[in-house]
Write a protein that binds this ligand. Structure first.
Ligand code: FES
Length: 260
């Protein structure tokens, strides 16, 4: 076969196959899909359950801040009795929207859910590609606003971690205190490593030399930003485990261990 016809054959092959990759490229999108899907199912179940989210002094992060008068533990009384809407539904759209529009998660679910494309050098699952240039994906640009809202939620979670030392019989530390404190810490690392946070804290500057203070902050956040994917996964899994821990305590299936 001449060089020309061999090249033609190669092009025809490329048109007919999904990918020429021989490695297990599908493992990562499959795992991503499995973890995200499990999280969404669990979080949805908990949002509707409207129970077992508080056992003194621990408040589940899925129900914090609790803004309804009828909450098992009111963080801030804003709403009276509500029908059909649980206290979790009032606030979960904020961390949910923050993660949905996150630059890292976009890559994760574009690949694993929408197969667009499923992996590098693998054919797109769709015939057309419009990117984020028009509705509905254009809406991803509101990520920075979710960052602002999520920061407020984070302050409440730190308050909950602080409150988690205030037991009915006095001050102390239990396993739940550590669970909620680690949860607030991991979520803080996730937020501080956010691209929008990095932009806000120094990335928008035209001249670093004129703003050495902000440059220092930007450099620190850049180091965190390099680990954003790690913080995204660890904080996601831990927030679900924190809620599960409170739920298991509230249902009486396990008992908290008081460290001191
Ligand atoms: S880029 Fe991931 S939270 Fe902002």
């Amino acid at each position: 076969m001449s060089n020309g016809s061999a090249a033609l054959q190669d092009i025809k092959t490329l048109k007919n196959v999904k990918t020429l990759r021989k490695d297990a490229w599908w493992v990562e999108p499959l795992l991503t899909f499995a973890v995200l899907f499990s999280f969404v199912v669990y979080a949805t179940f908990r949002a509707f359950e409207d129970n077992y989210y508080y056992v003194a002094p621990y408040l589940s992060p899925f129900y914090s801040p609790c803004l309804v008068d009828t909450c098992a533990h009111v963080s801030w009384r804003i709403f009276g009795k509500m029908w059909l809407i649980t206290p979790a539904m009032l606030i979960l759209w904020i961390p949910g929207g923050f993660r949905m529009t996150c630059y890292y998660y976009r890559k994760a679910y574009y690949r694993s859910w929408w197969l667009s494309p499923p992996a590098c050098a693998v054919r797109d699952g769709h015939t057309t590609y419009t990117g984020e240039t028009r509705f509905p994906l254009l809406i991803q640009n509101i990520h920075r606003y979710f960052f602002y809202f999520a920061t407020v939620i984070l302050l409440f979670l730190w308050w909950d971690a602080f409150e988690a030392i205030h037991f009915p019989d006095g001050y102390g530390v239990g396993v739940g205190t550590l669970v909620l404190t680690l949860n607030a810490t991991l979520l803080s690392l996730y937020s501080l490593s956010c691209h929008s946070c990095r932009h806000l804290c120094g990335g928008h500057l035209d001249s670093f030399s004129k703003n050495p203070g902000q440059y220092g902050v930007w450099k620190t956040l850049t180091k965190l930003n390099e680990r954003h994917m790690l913080f995204a996964w660890v904080s996601l899994i831990w927030v679900a485990l924190s809620d599960l821990y409170v739920r298991l305590l509230a249902t009486g299936m396990i008992h908290d261990i008081r460290i001191f």
